[in-house]
Design a protein around this ligand. Structure first.
Ligand SMILES: Cc1cc2nc3c(=O)[nH]c(=O)nc-3n(C[C@H](O)[C@H](O)[C@H](O)COP(=O)(O)O)c2cc1C
Length: 368
């Protein structure tokens, strides 16, 4: 029998050859939102990784929504052309059946930051910072900018911008879109009762706090009806009084009603003092809770590193797919290695096939 990790899955009509996903990873290497040669090689590498689902990276719907000067965007014609160049190249060499998605986002109050390798904090006055926005005028942390609280009109315009970027994503040739409603970025800033203290139709009860996410899902679905739509959600904020699993289940149900086909269950990122218990598979129980509570396919993520661990998550029915981030940076052929472990085959480009015997050799227990 095919190992569960290698069984195909169809989400809203889009079939993935296996349950392995590359989790979105910012590369901080874009030029005013446009993909560069770095993205070209990175997406080509992802294309040959053996992962059936490639979610490239947080891609912002407007310039001020970028985390850093190096973040990817889909807000200009040049962004669109540059993304198309990289994606065309990746598709040309991809393992058959590999599907590519973009993760549409806005960093909100966590925008205007340095790249991680430059420190990662707010941009300094001589680093060309820009004013940031959020649901309420509450800074992420001491020393961070106090954001401008978006007006009703601003919010409606931002929802349209998600739709505009979705249209661009379809023209670029992506197969699916993932909404970034996790890690304390703008959609999550609206979901959390701690960062959203509005008293209008966008704040207060959950129904109002999730209106931004729901309206974005509706706008994106309308703008790019041909693309499968998923969402990544921080299911838990890991602080007292924060957004938590019960509310996340309701959000997942509401997004499902808008045509969202999967939830990638992540957590945290909205509070500097969060108590996040990191460890192997630390968020798998969150994917399980959403899968059961909202009856929607889920993707588990977070320190899933070995093929056996990944296969067990799917085999035990805890999630429908697994996403790995750092493991694919460490081993760009992780999918092939997993296939070798379970005696499965990745449909691969023939130029690389002679690596398989070497991989099998690596996997033999050391003699003596
Ligand atoms: C370099 C890097 C960049 C990341 N960028 C994003 C991103 O663009 N969007 C996102 O939702 N998560 C992002 N993440 C989080 C990962 O997608 C993932 O959820 C997290 O690293 C845990 O998975 P892992 O243990 O397999 O690395 C990033 C992580 C890393 C290491």
């Amino acid at each position: 029998m095919t190992a569960p990790l290698f069984q195909p899955i169809t989400l809203d009509g889009l079939t993935f050859p296996n349950r392995i996903a590359i989790a979105p990873m910012c590369q901080y290497s874009a030029d005013d939102g446009s993909a560069t040669d770095w993205h070209l090689q990175q997406w080509m590498s992802y294309a040959m990784s053996g992962a059936g689902m490639v979610t490239v990276e947080m891609t912002d719907v407007e310039r001020r929504g970028r985390i850093s000067h190096g973040c990817l965007g889909l807000y200009s014609d040049h962004n669109e052309q540059a993304a198309k160049r990289a994606l065309d190249a990746a598709k040309a060499v991809a393992c058959p059946g590999t599907k590519f998605g973009t993760q549409l986002a806005h960093a909100g109050r966590k925008a205007s930051n340095q790249k991680p390798w430059e420190g990662g904090g707010p941009l300094k006055p001589d680093q060309d910072p820009w004013p940031v926005v959020s649901a309420s005028a509450i800074a992420y942390d001491t020393g961070w900018q106090v954001p401008h609280a978006l007006t009703d009109e601003d919010i409606v315009r931002l929802v349209e911008k998600f739709g505009d970027s979705a249209r661009r994503a379809e023209r670029v040739g992506f197969d699916f879109i993932e909404l970034h409603a996790a890690h304390g970025y703008l959609i999550f800033q609206f979901l959390s009762p701690l960062s959203n203290q509005r008293t209008d139709r966008w704040g207060g009860p959950l129904e109002n706090r999730m209106r931004f996410a729901v309206e974005i899902a509706r706008a994106v679905k309308k703008a790019a009806p041909g693309l499968m739509l998923g969402a990544r959600l921080s299911v838990k904020e890991w602080v007292d009084g924060g957004f938590d699993v019960d509310e996340a289940i309701e959000v997942a149900k509401a997004l499902k009603a808008e045509g969202v086909a999967y939830i990638c269950a992540s957590s945290g990122g909205n509070q500097p003092h969060q108590k996040l218990p990191s460890g192997p598979g630390y968020q798998v129980h969150l994917a399980e809770a959403i899968r059961k509570g909202a009856d929607i396919p889920t993707r588990a993520v977070g320190l899933i590193t070995t093929p056996e661990q990944a296969n067990a998550v799917v085999a035990d029915g805890r999630a429908d797919m697994v996403a790995l981030a750092r493991a694919f940076l460490a081993d760009p052929r992780w999918g092939w290695r997993a296939a070798a472990v379970f005696g499965e085959k990745i449909e691969a480009t023939p130029q690389l096939l002679r690596s398989v015997t070497t991989m099998q050799h690596w996997m033999k227990p050391a003699a003596g």
